[in-house]
Design a protein around this ligand. Structure first.
Ligand SMILES: *[C@@H]1O[C@H](CO)[C@@H](O)[C@H](O)[C@H]1NC(C)=O
Length: 218
């Protein structure tokens, strides 16, 4: 190595060290958390009430696929909400502590105007503490900020951490912190993922999920 290459290499290492020390780069957000046991009973699937489950949901090779059409009915006859096919994680409703949702997600191209993950429960009038939305190839925290561009047709690791007493929510994409902000209060929460139509929805909405974990801080 000549002295010039040596200097460049040295400077690169210094930058990398400073970057890591500043918290840059991907981290494992599950350190200090305990994964809760999950079986089929924890996966409650909400889908348009008038169509069979296999027309809106499939599970194969460990991948949950959920889709819904803009013209679908709500999940129950008396509901006035927009159509959804969502996994509602039951058995781990919480009102205190620090909880984390981890999964690998995938959004089918063209899917737009839809919520793909939520933390249900908040202080009224809001119904949710967190909504991750997809609009035209972008993932946003509610309507803003954008937390992930060019989301279509690729797997990403999603970690959402909710500190109830601290009223704080953090969202990580592939181990990188993308959102850190206040929650919306409330005393009864649970996680959901899938597709829940919002305003300006595309005709077909579809997301895939695998390696789903619900974790609680030890
Ligand atoms: C994070 O750490 C846990 C415990 O060591 C491990 O099981 C898990 O695979 C790690 N996650 C990632 C994304 O590396």
């Amino acid at each position: 190595m000549n002295s010039r290459t040596c200097l460049v290499t040295y400077i690169s290492f210094v930058f990398l060290f400073v970057y890591k020390a500043m918290g840059g780069g991907p981290i494992n957000t599950t350190t200090g958390f305990v994964a809760q046991p999950l079986d089929q009973s924890n996966f409650h699937i909400q889908k348009p009430y008038n169509v069979p489950l296999n027309q809106r949901y499939s599970f194969s090779n460990g991948v949950h696929k959920l889709w819904v059409l803009k013209t679908d009915k709500p999940h129950s006859k008396n509901s006035k909400t927009l159509p959804r096919t969502e996994i509602r994680f039951q058995g781990y409703d919480y009102s205190s502590g620090v909880w984390q949702f981890e999964a690998y997600g995938y959004v089918h191209h063209g899917t737009s105007g839809v919520c793909i993950m939520q933390i249900f429960g908040s202080k009224p009038p809001s119904a949710t503490t967190t909504m991750l939305r997809v609009d035209h190839n972008k993932l946003t925290y509610y309507r803003n900020p954008v937390i992930f561009s060019n989301i279509y047709d690729k797997w990403f690791r999603l970690n959402v951490i909710h500190d109830v007493e601290g009223n704080n929510v953090q969202v990580y994409i592939d181990g990188v912190l993308k959102y850190d902000g206040p929650g919306r209060g409330g005393r009864s929460h649970y996680f959901k993922c899938g597709v829940y139509s919002q305003q300006d929805a595309s005709f077909h909405m579809e997301s895939h999920w695998k390696d789903i974990k619900v974790l609680k801080k030890a």
